[in-house]
Each structure stands twice: as C-alpha cells, then as structure tokens.
Design a binder for this molecule. Sequence first.
Ligand code: UD1
Length: 430
Amino acid sequence: MEQYAIKGGNPLVGEVEIGGAKNAALAILAASIMTDETVLIENVPDVRDTNVMMQAIESIGGIVEHLDRHTVRISGKSITDLVIEDDFIKKIRASYYLLGALLGKHKKAQVTLPGGCNIGLRPIDQHIKGFRALGADVRIEHGFIIAEAERLRGGHIYMDVVTVGATIDVMMAAVLAEGQTIIENAAKEPHVVDVANFLNSMGAVIRGAGTDVIRIKGVPKLHGTEYTIIPDQIEAGTFMFAAAVTKGDVTVKNVIPKHLESISAKLTEIGCEVEESDDAVRVVASKPLSHTHVKTLPYPGFPTDMQPQITVALGLSRGTSIVTESIFENRFKYVDELTRMGASIKVESNTAIIDGVSKYTGASISAPDLRAGAALVIAGLAAEGTTVIDDIKFIERGYEDFHIKLQNLGAQIERVNSERELQKFRLKTG
Ligand code: UD1
C-alpha cells in the first residue's frame, strides 16, 4: 500500500533538475526498433511507463541494455515476434507506438488495445485512418489491433483532431513507406518534434515537425544513432506550480524555457514572478495568487496535462476562476478529492468554476490518474496538516523520484509502505 504522506505548509525553495520527457521517450524507445543497428538513447526518465515500454520491446525479442539509470542501448535486430501481448502493455497507452514502429519496419504488427490513464474515451481512429492511408489493412480482433501491408506507400492524411499520438504513430510508419506522406492538422507538441529529430538522426527524411503540416519522404531503411531526449515540459510545469501554491522560490533546471511559455504566462498572470534563463526557469511566489481563466489546447496552448495543477493553484487564488478542458472529456475526476481538502469547485461538463479559498486542509485522498495525482500532491504541500495519498502508482508512471525531488526543495513528504511508517511520519512531523 504505497502512499505519500505529506505535511503541508513549507514553501518550496531551491533548485530542481528536470528529467527527460516521458512522452517523447515512449515514442523514441518504440522507434528505436525500426533499425537493425544499435541505438543509444540518453536522458530516458526512469519511470514506470518507460520501463514498461522497454519490457514490451524485450518481450518481442529486442535487446535493451541499461548503461546507467538514464542511458539505454537498444537493438531491434533480433525482433521476429510482431505480437505485443505482454500484460505490461495494457498498462500504457503509448503501446500504440509499437504499432507504427513495427508496421513501418516489418509491415505487420499486432498490439493490445491501449490502456493508460482513464481520463476520457481516447479513441484511436486517427491512427487507424493514417495507417490505412499508407495502404495497411487494419482490424480489431480479440482485443488486439492488427495492422499489415504488403508494401506501405506514402499517403495524404488530414487528421480530424489534433492528436499527438496519431501524428507520431503515422509519422513513424510513413518513414519507411515508399514515396511521400503528408500529415495535415498535425500536432505541434515539443515531443512530436523530438521524435522527428530522432528519426531524422536515423536517416529518415521528415520536414515540418512543429508546424501543422509534416512531410515525410520514405527511405528504404534506417540506421543506428545516439540521441538525447528533450526535458519534460510537464514535470517542469508541475514543479513551477508547486512553487506557486506553496509561496516558494524554485528554479527548475535543465529545461527548454520556450516549451514552458504557456505555463510561465499563466503563472505571471496569477501573480508569480517568472525569470527565464538559457536552460532554467525560476518561479517566485511572494504575493497572494489571483484568479484567471484558462482553456486547455494543443501546443502551443496550455497543456491538458497541466490542467489539474493549475486548478489546484486557482483553488487557492483570490476570486473566481474558470478552467475549460477541451482535450479530454473526463479530466476533472480529482475535483472530488480536492473538495475533501476544502476546495470550492463546481464542475459542469468540461468546465470547472473555482471559487478561491484561503487554505486547503490535509485529508486522506486517492490519486485518480497520473497528472491529477501530482496535482493532489501539490495541494497537500500547501495544505494545513497531513495529507495521505493512495494509488501513487499512477504518479510513479510519469514522475521520477517525485518525493525525493520535493524533499530536496524542503517539502515534508515521504513514501510510506505501512500503517506503522505512516504513524512514524505523523509523530515526526507533529
Ligand atoms: C498524449 C499524451 C498525453 C497528453 C495528450 C494531449 C503520451 C503518451 N500521452 O496522449 O499525456 O495528455 O497527448 O497532449 O504522449 N483522439 C481521437 N482519435 C485518435 C486519437 C486521439 O479522437 O485516434 C482525440 C483524443 O480523444 C483527444 C485528442 O484527440 O480528445 C488528443 O489526443 P492525443 O493527442 O492523441 O492524446 P494521446 O496521444 O493519447
């Protein structure tokens, strides 16, 4: 029964190093099996999702060597099995990246239908539409998606919605298709660009990643590479909001400030000072927070993966704020938990109307999903008294050493494993 025990009230102060982007890593790990040569990947975050992805690669015959905690060497040469049926894969939605990677390289793939965070319906119709446009036959049978083609040929795809997953998945398969593929209404997230850069470093010819039209000229094969994954925009943003709600002063290091612009802008709007340097952003929260409105949007808009964190901050801000979730339909499940901590929030369909309160109070709560879980940790750090968070396995899907990084900033947080450890924490923190 792993839990986080948190005694709130300490402002977070100091510096924190941000790790590699989980969502870029998941796609890059999958794409690394698209060559028979060896690929070296650095800055891989050591989180549950990336570890599950590497286990999935091993389960089909790939070789994954951990050179150190964040560096892996992958060889996909020995892959012969094109069926991902390992139970692990049900745990991560990004298993669909193996579909694009295997279909591109081997012209056949069979992957369990994706799981992952339960934050909405999350269809995969755009992935399927993209693969079909490349000439693949795609069907769903017995819980698997099966995609196969005698030859893949370039196609013209207009995505009906802006989707990170389908953009990357189709881009991967198209890299080894014959001729040119054009993806219109493509997602522009930093990790789409990172995956394109990674594939280009393997000999792919992808142009326009980061804009809404991506052009891919198919090549017959890819070669080995060495690549460093970009910093995690959402991990960085989470610490920035942790600084804001605890009235702290935190410098997030090893980031690309440009990727954080929408987050920095909202923090400034609610009264924080945000200082950017080359590869760091400092957030100082010395004034009371003020209300604002925010709507989640595809990049460069405000990320849906930061929606729970900003809601937690606005719950403690003066006045009434409105948060509109436009990407996923079921992403306010954590609001009930936050209400138990004293928040005053009303959810109507995809909108949360937040009346700021002067404080949260500690409670026993559960993490409903990855980002909401992290947001509840932040709420606990700001709350009066002790908060105990269950189901932290969700948080550990995407945050490496979360409690240790927070401790280093002065937070009173521990990962406890038993009632006894929890009691010890309560005694120690008073
Ligand atoms: C990825 C991220 C997730 C983030 C999300 C949006 C990973 C592993 N996960 O998820 O953390 O919250 O981007 O930034 O990178 N959609 C369809 N049909 C499809 C695919 C998507 O209708 O075939 C819809 C979804 O329901 C959603 C929207 O498109 O409403 C965006 O989804 P998408 O960008 O694909 O999210 P994921 O790739 O699942």
